[in-house]
Design a protein around this ligand. Structure first.
Ligand SMILES: [Zn+2]
Ligand SMILES: [Zn+2]
Length: 254
């Protein structure tokens, strides 16, 4: 995880041969810096996969798309493509796909799947290579059966833990924004995250990463406590990490 939260999102999924960036919600300069902190560089990225058009996921994308040194193909769903402000025209390296499509990038099998969020055509992703499966699901109001299906058999799972309902209710957001966040197409609450852990998480998930925490309406200590309790109740040995907004996480290696 290079960054996670409402001020910017980006993650790197890589094998020895293929490097995939999921979202580019940081400035190019910041992306470069965070990649360098784990010994990677922007020039070596093979593909950038976009989840949806909200600025915390794409703000760095137009600049990356125009940069001559960056050769990454840019994967965006067909409906999301026109919702991104590319500047003069969409980049030539654009690979538009249908939400729900599966495709291969180098030696990584990618599956996209629709998620419930107030964007035009938002998707989550699953990645599979060398028998390891990685799931990415943030920015979703709840976890529908279809998403649960796609997140099965994951060894590494990034799941949203956006807000604590009580903190959100008494917090500083205007009521309309609170309603949006809480809605079925908003963001995943700690409660929904905990329900998923109690009912749907599988023992094969060795690393659970919780992310997209709200700075105003959540606290890492609360998320840690709720998730640890759920894992304990299920007697799972799953390692728990919380992705940060301001720094890259450890590298999860398989
Ligand atoms: Zn977001
Ligand atoms: Zn969003």
């Amino acid at each position: 995880m290079l960054a996670s939260g409402s001020s910017g999102n980006a993650a790197l999924v890589a094998t020895e041969n293929t490097r995939i960036l999921v979202d580019a919600g940081l400035s190019m300069r910041e992306l470069r810096k965070r990649l360098a902190s784990i010994g990677e560089s922007l020039e070596d990225i093979d593909a950038i996969l976009v989840t949806h058009e909200h600025s915390d996921h794409v703000c760095g994308l137009p600049v990356l798309a125009r940069n001559k040194g960056v050769r990454a193909a840019i994967f965006v769903t067909r409906l999301t493509t026109p919702a991104i402000d590319w500047g003069e025209k969409p980049p030539e390296r654009l690979e538009a796909f249908q939400a729900g499509a599966s495709f291969r990038i180098g030696d990584v099998e990618v599956q996209s799947f629709g998620i419930p969020h107030d964007a035009i055509d938002p998707v989550g992703y699953c990645f599979e290579a060398q028998g390891v499966r990685v799931g990415v699901a943030t920015d979703l109001g709840y976890v529908p059966e279809s998403v649960k299906f796609h997140l099965r058999r994951t060894n590494v799972l990034l799941l949203e833990a956006n807000h604590d309902l009580d903190m959100l209710k008494v917090g500083p957001y205007p009521w309309s924004v609170k309603q949006r966040v809480m809605s079925r197409v908003g963001h995943l609450s700690n409660l929904h995250m905990s329900d998923y852990l109690m009912q749907d998480l599988e023992n094969c998930t060795a690393d659970l990463i919780l992310g997209h925490l709200s700075e105003q309406n959540n606290h890492p200590a609360i998320v840690q406590m709720i998730a640890a309790e759920a894992l304990e109740r299920r007697s799972f040995q799953t390692r728990l990490s919380i992705a940060q907004q301001n720094s890259a996480s450890q590298v999860f290696q398989y």
